[in-house]
Ligand binder design. Structure first.
Ligand code: SAH
Length: 245
């Protein structure tokens, strides 16, 4: 019988793929791959597996979500097992939930294989723990992508005094930082942005909230980056001390 999996590929470094993800990939007849998935991960797929890239990088349009689901259903109905490979964890800002719902609506059970999410791995890659007894009683994962009615309530988030880990936050960083400052978050709050975390091209910036936007712009940090705001960001290792594994 054909099977369907939603697999987290981890944040970038192929060694941060789980054993279960690697083992499952080797069972798939078809692998549908998102942006942000390190292509090295495909070494675990079978040589004869059909690999389909559905991401939007490399100047191509991303495949619309309904089309991805339709593709999965076609393969499954034809008796082929399908692995849907997503960056990080499939259920953290990866639309994995939507894909699961669509497959369930078609009567198909999809197995979820968790991955290490960038929101934890990227801060960790520069020595930032997302929680720490002295700094934050909790951590909030939030998308910076929303605007208008989808905008997060930054004032409410600032009031929690918890670590803010922002995914997809670079394009609207200016607005987000403005909103936090207007919500009386102290201008000297430590911040960090980590680009391409756990990959050889990893880079990061650390600054206080008031200088953060300017420093990120100076360093020309872009996507994909994770933004960390809160006391824990002061625990980042000094740049000079960063050793590659
Ligand atoms: N499901 C993924 C997140 C997908 S949303 C996960 O669990 O990690 C895409 C966003 O994730 C990017 O805009 C960026 O904010 C973040 N991201 C993914 N991989 C990253 C990496 N290697 N370094 C920094 N940020 C990353």
């Amino acid at each position: 019988m054909s099977r369907a999996w939603l697999i987290g590929a981890g944040p970038g470094d192929v060694e941060l793929l789980t054993l279960k993800a690697a083992r499952t990939l080797a069972l798939a007849d078809v692998v549908l791959v998102d942006d942000l998935v390190n292509p090295e991960v495909l070494q675990f797929a079978r040589d004869d597996a059909q690999i389909v890239h559905v991401g939007k990088r490399g100047g191509q349009q991303s495949t619309p979500q309904p089309e991805i689901v339709a593709m999965m259903l076609d393969h499954l109905r034809a008796g082929r097992s399908v692995a849907r490979l997503k960056g990080g964890d499939p259920f953290v800002f990866g639309r994995g939930g939507e894909e699961q719902q669509a497959l369930q609506a078609a009567g198909i059970h999809v197995e979820i294989i968790s991955g290490i999410t960038a929101g934890i791995a990227a801060p960790a890659a520069i020595g930032i723990p997302v929680t720490h007894r002295d700094h934050a009683q909790g951590v909030i994962f939030v998308t910076g992508h929303g605007a208008g009615e989808h905008e997060a309530d930054w004032r409410a988030l600032a009031a929690t005094h918890m670590t803010l880990v922002i995914y997809m936050g670079m394009r609207r960083l200016n607005d987000i930082v403005d909103a936090l400052l207007r919500a009386d978050m102290p201008p000297d709050t430590p911040c960090a942005a980590i680009e391409s975390a756990t990959r050889p091209e990893q880079r990061h910036v650390r600054a206080t909230l008031s200088e953060f936007v300017q420093r990120v712009a100076q360093a020309q940090l872009g996507s994909p980056s994770i933004v960390v705001i809160g006391g824990v960001a002061s625990l980042a290792a000094p740049v000079d001390a960063m050793l590659k594994p």
